[in-house]
Design a binder for this molecule. Structure first.
Ligand SMILES: [Zn+2]
Length: 421
């Protein structure tokens, strides 16, 4: 078994690094041919290296790719060290889809020797993507499932909506699914959905997804800070307060962006198994003190110092009330965020995560699985929070969706669970 693995490893190394041959006893010339993608596509970046044990002034190395009568020279020059990343366009050289070979030759007076040989697959056909199932339209904050079929195996596939990326997960050969939403930023900059994919040869496809977006008018909430309150809030983030308005902007803009990036990053490892079951559970006995989409305008001393769209629900109960998991899942974060303070993030699969913010503490660890209703921590005011409450968010690949859809078992049944099956 061990020996087999070693042989396989050696073979793999040989394929990746090319052969080493002896010439005139002492001279060894190595060739390394490393394409960016496993196959050669329309425009292939290839790292090519020629490594002789010593330079020879009277000899020559040639590395070329050939397929039938077509051939293209990648390197032709002296027996001297060479390393470069080249762009090779097989179509321009007359290549077609199918196998080709890379050959390295050393020429010395009265002697020619093949020192490198590698088979490659040329794939000049970009993948095609077909949307086979989608919602009729999506409102801002509404989650939806997209199903796509690809003409070939893909290296990467995703749905893009402006800066938001929703990775597509392969559920069976050639069928890809994911959950998307219309993030709140769509209210400021309207966008459209696109499907993007890359095949094993690096050939790309980008296709418009006819999924119309319905903008929603959320309420506007004016938040007026008095000096005392703003000072206390800022002292959670800074050692001292010199310029409340400027420091507030750092918290509201920079720290908010930082948390957003963290949530997107956490979502990238979401499992392709659906862990959630049935409706998501709102914190029992809690009162909603802020809603999804609330457009908050912050004022200090009569001047507007910032704004934000609220990406979740604020749920108030009593001081240090226990917080429970909204659904079955796996803890992917239990630590400190900027805006959200002490926080727990749970992965429910297919890019759906829940965030619990402003916690006093947490009783779960990263990697731990939790059940719906299981206590995970206690409410508090950590981060950007004035009173004791839970900031609860349902995230789709890191972007806040409206939790009301996730509390609705009937909605989920037809628009979430069924299309994901
Ligand atoms: Zn909140």
């Amino acid at each position: 078994m061990r020996k087999l693995t070693l042989t396989a490893l050696l073979l793999a190394l040989l394929l990746a690094a090319g052969g080493t041959y002896l010439l005139y006893e002492k001279l060894r010339v190595e060739v390394f041919f490393k394409p960016e993608y496993p196959r050669l596509g329309l425009k292939s970046r290839v790292h090519l290296e020629v490594k002789p044990s010593f330079s020879v002034p009277f000899g020559e190395v040639e590395v070329f790719v050939r397929q039938g009568n077509a051939s293209a020279v990648l390197y032709e020059g002296p027996i001297a060290p060479f390393a470069e990343t080249l762009i090779f366009e097989p179509k321009k050289a007359g290549f077609r889809d199918g196998e080709a070979e890379v050959v390295g030759v050393v020429r010395l007076p009265f002697k020619e020797e093949r020192i490198f040989y590698q088979k490659v697959v040329v794939d000049l056909t970009p993948p095609t993507l077909e949307v086979v199932r989608k919602p009729r339209y999506l409102k801002v904050g509404e989650p939806g499932v997209l199903t796509l079929k690809s003409s070939e195996e893909l290296l990467r596939a995703q749905i893009r909506f402006g800066e938001a990326v929703f990775p597509l997960l392969e559920v069976e050969g050639g069928t890809y699914k994911t959950v998307v939403t219309v993030p709140l930023f769509a209210l400021e900059e309207p966008q459209s959905f696109y499907a993007e994919a890359v095949d094993a040869a690096g050939n790309e496809v980008r296709k418009f997804v006819p999924l119309p977006v319905r903008l929603v008018k959320f309420r506007t909430v004016k938040v007026e800070f008095d000096r005392q309150t703003l000072q206390e809030l800022l002292l959670k983030f800074f050692n001292s307060v010199e310029d409340p308005a400027a420091q507030f902007r750092i918290v509201n803009e920079e720290f908010r962006r930082e948390d957003q990036r963290t949530l997107v990053r956490l979502a990238q490892n979401s499992t392709d198994r659906l862990l959630a079951k049935g409706a998501f559970k709102q914190l029992p006995g809690s009162a909603v003190t802020a809603r999804y989409g609330d457009h908050r305008l912050y004022y200090f001393e009569g001047k507007k110092i910032g704004e934000s769209y609220h990406g979740g629900l604020d749920l108030a109960k009593y001081r240090h009330a226990p917080v429970v998991a909204a659904n079955d899942g796996r803890v992917v974060f239990a630590g400190r965020l900027k805006i959200y303070g002490n926080a727990v993030v749970i992965d429910h699969g297919f890019g759906v995560l829940t965030l619990y913010g402003h916690l006093l503490d947490y009783s779960v660890k990263v990697g731990q699985t939790v059940k719906k209703g299981e206590v995970i921590g206690r409410t508090d005011t950590t981060g950007f929070a004035l009173g004791d409450h839970l900031h609860f968010a349902t995230l789709v690949w890191g972007y806040a969706a409206n939790p009301i859809y996730f509390f609705d078992g009937n909605y989920l049944k037809y628009h979430f669970y069924e299309p994901l099956r």
